[in-house]
Design a protein. Structure first.
Length: 280
C-alpha cells in the first residue's frame, strides 16, 4: 500500500472534508508559521524560520489563488527542509516546471498542490467529469480556490484520467507532464505543428470552446502517429505561452513501445543522439 502524502495526511489530521474548509492561513498557524502580506520585489513569497516557528511573507498584490499556492509552497519547505540551509524563491509555477536542478522547489510545489487539492477531495470531481476539459478544470479551480494551471497539473498527478499537459511558447516546447498511465513511447515534437489548434491560439489568438479531435501525428514524432487520434484543448498561459491538455485515444494507450521515436540511442561507445525524422 502506497504511503500517504504528508500534505494529505495533514488534511486528514485536521478533519477537513470539503474544499471550502482548507483555510491555508489557519493551517499555517497550526504548523507554527505566521503568514504576513507585504509588497515584495522579485518574488512571490519568502520564508524565515527558527526552531519551531517561522514567518512566511507573501506578495500582497498577487491574486488570491497565487497567494494560497505560495503559502502552501512555504509550508512545503517548512515540512521537508526545516533546519536545512536553502534559498527559496517562489516563482511562477510554469518557470519552476521549466527549470532544472530545482529539487527543493519542485518538492515544495508538490506539497502545496496536495495540500490545496487533496486527492480524497479532488479525485471524486475528476471521476464525475470523466474526460475533463479546461472548462471542467476552471470549475475545479474555483471550487478549490486555485489557479487553472495548478489544477491542470493536479489532474495529471492524480492519474485518474490518462492525459498529457504541455506548455509551448513561440520558441518551442517549455515543459510537459504525462500522467502515469500514458505510455512514454509517445515523443512530443519540439515545435508546435501548424495543424494543431494550439498553434492557432498562439499565432492568431483563436480560442477553443472545448476539446477538438486531432491526429497524433500533429503532436508526436512517432512514425505511427498518423494512425492514431487524440483530443486536444488549449488555453493561454503566462507570458505568451499556450497550455494544452491532450487526451490520448484508447489505441494510443495500448500502443507498444516505439524505440525509434526517442533521440537517445546506445551502442558500444555509449549514448548518442540519433537523427529523427521531423514531421510538420
Amino acid at each position: 500500500m502506497a504511503e500517504e502524502h504528508p500534505a494529505e495526511a495533514r488534511i486528514a489530521e485536521l478533519g477537513i472534508t470539503a474544499p471550502r474548509e482548507i483555510d491555508i492561513e489557519a493551517i499555517a498557524y497550526d504548523s507554527g508559521v505566521e503568514v504576513r502580506y507585504e509588497s515584495l520585489s522579485g518574488c512571490e513569497a519568502t520564508l524565515v524560520g527558527f526552531a519551531s516557528r517561522a514567518i512566511a511573507t507573501v506578495q500582497k498584490h498577487s491574486i488570491r489563488p497565487r497567494q494560497r499556492f505560495s503559502i502552501g509552497h512555504e509550508l512545503g519547505h517548512w515540512h521537508h527542509h526545516r533546519g536545512q540551509s536553502f534559498r527559496c524563491r517562489v516563482d511562477d509555477i510554469s518557470d519552476n516546471l521549466a527549470g532544472r536542478d530545482r529539487g527543493k522547489e519542485h518538492q515544495a510545489d508538490d506539497y502545496s498542490a496536495h495540500l490545496l487539492m487533496p486527492g480524497q477531495l479532488f479525485k471524486p470531481l475528476v471521476k464525475q467529469a470523466k474526460a475533463p476539459s479546461f472548462n471542467d478544470l476552471r470549475e475545479f479551480a474555483a471550487e478549490f480556490d486555485c489557479s487553472l494551471l495548478s489544477t491542470a497539473l493536479r489532474l495529471i498527478d492524480v492519474n485518474t484520467v490518462p492525459a498529457i499537459l504541455t506548455c509551448f511558447n513561440r520558441d518551442g516546447l517549455r515543459w510537459f507532464r504525462f500522467s502515469g498511465d500514458v505510455p512514454r513511447r509517445w515523443y512530443l515534437k519540439n515545435q508546435l505543428d501548424e495543424d494543431s489548434f494550439a498553434y492557432e491560439l498562439i499565432s492568431s489568438g483563436k480560442t477553443q470552446p472545448g476539446f477538438r479531435k486531432s491526429s497524433a501525428d500533429t503532436w508526436f514524432t512517432n512514425d505511427d502517429g498518423e494512425d492514431h487520434e487524440l483530443r486536444e484543448h488549449s488555453v493561454e498561459g503566462y507570458s505568451g505561452e499556450v497550455i494544452t491538455l491532450i487526451l490520448p485515444s484508447e489505441a494510443m494507450l495500448a500502443a507498444r513501445f516505439d524505440p525509434d521515436a526517442f533521440p537517445t540511442r546506445y551502442n558500444e561507445m555509449g549514448p548518442y543522439t540519433a537523427k529523427r525524422k521531423l514531421k510538420r
